[in-house]
Write a protein of this length. Structure first.
Length: 440
């Protein structure tokens, strides 16, 4: 099938998503950093992928841009297959590549059998999921300093007939008693009836949602699990050793660099970072949905000759001269971020942030810097027009942000919050500060 991909670089032009969540998406108004159109094999509107604009204060990595581009390059029937997600609870669409030795056409004809390589997940506002939540977690994680390895996410549309076919594939593959069957059945009903403005493009010929990069090799982070569901936050608060250490006024971590001491510091940083992010954005089912991936740390120096810890996700990328000093450490990865923003935040309800006694000074400084500009018109525009927030969504998240800033600033000023989770400083051997800049 011949295909034409049209890429529109928007530059400084204003983004133009619908200003109200709950309204159908007007695809002719979609704009952002870039837009890619993928024609479908019939006389229908092309599917669209949009990279929303970045926050000026965001710490976006070069790999983020590469992954945004690769996500928007995924073209069903050309370099990827649309496969039903058949596990967990969300009726998502997997963008998969066939396994080695299997042609794409054969893979699609076989309804994604044998299992292929999962490149991305397409989730929309159904079941517990909410498209703005997936987009906001990506961008807010970068605003706070590129914390907790949140995967890249972009806006994507999907041809309605194609989406219906995937839903039928799911229902034929699953058993009616399964929860995932029930959520697929619910979505299938919406697709057939063309109801629910939250998932449809104007004209009801396409659905829309967030397409998120699929991480590889992650594992459930057992050290952060003490129960799931509504009881998860309280169980974590009352039983988790990492959280208990994070709330202890004394940071009991050796300053001698070792795998064990480094792992402790990384866990404390990750704990404080995810609690802050969830307090602001309100992911409802976080506990049981925390994962880890391995990172490979090694001591090095910055350009000024000062001690610095560097890390790689692939040990092969560690310089030869540092191989003997590599320390394998778990890092948190938050990949399940689709049940937030519009939901009641269970982390906030459990007041997990209220007890935090240690935080990464960079995370704190980034939070304070963003709080000063978050409600400026240009930044509000990025929430409303880039992440599909409604005015109500925006007001709720800004309220959470203001409360978190006030709480942490007050605790810092009173000496109850120490900004001492700076990995480089902690293991440098240099004197630690006796006071912290609570108003950067």
């Amino acid at each position: 099938m011949s295909i034409i991909i049209r890429i529109l670089l928007i530059g400084s032009a204003a983004v133009a998503f619908p200003a109200q969540s709950g309204a159908v998406l007007k695809v002719n108004e979609v704009a952002g950093e870039s837009k890619v159109e993928h024609p479908v094999p019939k006389a229908a509107p092309p599917e669209v992928c949009v990279v929303p604009k970045h926050f000026p204060l965001g710490r976006y990595a070069g790999k983020d841009v590469e992954r945004e581009t690769s996500l928007c390059a995924l073209d069903i029937g050309v370099n990827a297959a649309a496969c039903a997600k058949l596990n967990s609870t969300n009726p998502g669409v997997l963008f998969e590549m066939p396994p080695k030795g299997v042609a794409l056409d054969a893979f699609i004809a076989g309804q994604c059998k044998p299992d292929g390589k999962k490149e991305a997940k397409y989730k929309l506002s159904t079941s517990c999921s909410y498209t703005p939540s997936l987009l906001a977690y990506y961008h807010m994680s970068r605003v706070l300093g590129n914390i907790v390895n949140v995967p890249v996410a972009v806006v994507r549309t999907l041809d309605l007939d194609r989406h219906k076919a995937v839903a039928q594939q799911a229902l034929h593959s699953l058993k009616p008693g399964q929860l995932i069957y029930q959520t697929w059945a619910g979505l299938n009903s919406l697709l057939q009836k063309r109801s629910s403005d939250l998932i449809f493009v104007d004209g009801f010929k396409q659905t829309y949602g967030a397409l998120q990069k699929n991480p590889k090799g992650e594992q459930q982070y057992k050290e952060f699990y003490n129960g799931s569901g509504a009881a998860g936050p309280a169980a974590f608060r009352d039983k988790n050793p990492i959280y208990k250490s994070l709330t202890n006024p004394i940071l009991a971590v050796s300053r001698t660099l070792s795998q064990a001491s480094l792992q402790q510091m990384v866990q404390f940083k990750d704990a404080g970072d995810f609690i802050l992010l969830d307090t602001i954005l309100g992911q409802q089912d976080r506990f049981g949905n925390i994962h880890s991936e391995m990172a490979y740390y090694y001591p090095a120096q910055n350009k000024a000759g000062e001690f610095k810890l560097k890390s790689e996700n692939d040990p092969k990328n560690v310089p030869a001269e540092a191989q003997a000093k590599v320390m394998e450490v778990k890092e948190m990865i938050l990949k399940d971020n689709d049940c937030g923003v519009v939901k009641d935040g269970l982390v906030k309800q459990a007041k997990l942030l209220d007890r935090v006694a240690h935080m990464d000074p960079s995370t704190y400084a980034n939070l304070m810097a963003f709080a000063k500009v978050a409600e400026q018109p240009e930044n509000k525009d990025l929430f409303i027009h880039g992440m599909l927030f409604s005015e109500k969504d925006y007001a709720k998240v800004m309220g959470n942000l203001r409360e978190a800033v006030t709480l942490l600033n007050d605790r810092c000023t009173k000496g109850q919050l120490k900004l001492d989770l700076d990995l480089d400083l902690h293991f440098s051997g240099n004197p630690l500060p006796t006071a912290y800049n609570c108003n950067p």
